[in-house]
Design a protein around this ligand. Structure first.
Ligand SMILES: NC(=O)c1ccc[n+]([C@@H]2O[C@H](COP(=O)([O-])OP(=O)(O)OC[C@H]3O[C@@H](n4cnc5c(N)ncnc54)[C@H](OP(=O)(O)O)[C@@H]3O)[C@@H](O)[C@H]2O)c1
Length: 332
């Protein structure tokens, strides 16, 4: 898989990045560590050299697993993308949510102040078993801390060699512009899938103009766009998808009807719907890479092979015109 440059940074990543949220277990109805490690290994073997994780994914568990995986893969062969700013070890910042995980209760804050970042970067380096992070991203906005203060700290970490590049996630264009006054912004992470294209209005044009990379998260709309979420499909345990609007009616049926319309294109290439969806996402204007979650080696293998074919302009036009007919009810 041909690597791509992340924005104007000197970081090169694979256009498909292994998304390590679900393997943390929390909010996804649990996980299986052995299957998770096998998923990372399979992805790597098929050219996915970049892994996106975060401390909050399983309260350290996802980062621990990534750390274990890269011991075997070799640190120098992998790009680690992680985050900070959703913190359960502080009561500073903005209260975000209460949660249960690993048999414990957590009070979680959005906090991007100096002391929070210093604590979080050391914790992440330890869990990941490394002395540098390739891309360090602020996970979400914290209205109690000036963006400039956060960015000053990141600049220092970069000078110290603890992080190679700086990214944002879930921030507005206005916020990114503020950050760019202090640091060179490599990328932003935003939700982006066939059925959720809000960022095309503002984030995409800004990033294209400014040379900021875009990491599209949840490109499979958390599994919905694989076509496997039939009308009777139920989620287990704490799986957040049970309450997620995209999985509710009428959105579930509308999305599945759309998928049937584009299935002939997948069949024509001998690929699955998931592969077609990921391929379409990565080729969209302004998108640098798709962060794709996988729970096991089979999913990882399917997803990693998504770049093995090319969609024609005509096929892309058919998909886009079918997409125009899909109306997602955002109040579902
Ligand atoms: N910055 C942020 O705020 C933010 C937010 C969300 C995500 N992200 C990042 O983006 C990554 C990807 O997003 P995501 O995990 O939310 O959603 P996603 O990639 O759209 O969907 C991943 C889920 O879909 C299912 N799946 C994946 N491949 C499949 C296949 N080939 N066949 C069948 N099912 C398959 C798996 O769950 P099941 O098997 O359980 O169905 C998997 O966990 C995350 O891991 C994280 O790194 C970042």
């Amino acid at each position: 898989m041909q690597k791509v440059q992340l924005g104007k940074s000197d970081l090169e990543i694979s256009p498909i990045v292994f998304g390590a949220w679900a393997i943390g277990g929390w909010a996804w109805g649990g996980n299986d560590d052995q299957l998770a490690l096998a998923a990372i290994k399979k992805s790597f073997d098929l050219g996915v050299t970049s892994i996106d994780t975060a401390p909050i994914y399983g309260y350290g568990h996802s980062e621990n697993l990534v750390g274990k995986a890269i011991k075997e893969l070799g640190r120098e062969n992998v790009e680690i993308l992680t985050k900070f700013g959703i913190n359960w070890k502080t009561k500073k910042g903005e209260f975000y949510f209460n949660a249960e995980g690993n048999g414990e209760s957590y009070e979680v804050y959005a906090y991007a102040g100096r002391d929070g970042i210093i604590q979080e970067v050391e914790d992440s380096l330890k869990r990941l078993g490394t002395d540098y992070i390739d891309l360090y991203q602020i996970h979400r906005p914290d209205a109690t801390t000036r963006i400039e203060e956060t960015m000053e700290v990141l600049k220092e970490l970069q000078q110290q060699g603890k992080i190679r590049a700086i990214g944002m996630s879930n921030h507005t264009v206005k916020m990114m512009k503020k950050a760019e006054k202090v640091i060179d912004l490599a990328s932003t992470q935003s939700p982006y899938s066939m059925v959720y294209r809000k960022i095309e209005k503002d984030i995409v044009p800004f990033c294209q103009e400014d040379g900021v990379g875009i990491l599209a998260y949840s490109p499979l709309q958390r599994g919905l766009l694989t076509g496997k979420i039939t009308s009777d499909y139920e989620f287990k345990g704490d799986d957040h998808r049970a309450d997620n609007k995209f999985f509710k009616e009428p959105n579930r049926s509308r999305t599945n009807e759309f998928l049937q319309k584009i299935k002939p294109i997948a069949d024509e290439h001998g690929v699955t719907l998931a592969q077609l969806v990921i391929n379409w996402t990565v080729q969209r204007p302004g998108i640098t890479a798709a962060l794709v979650g996988a729970r096991n080696a089979d999913q990882a293998s399917e997803n990693a092979k998504s770049m093995s074919f090319e969609l024609s302009q005509e096929e892309i036009a058919i998909i886009n015109s079918e997409l125009e007919k899909v109306v997602i009810d955002h109040n579902a």
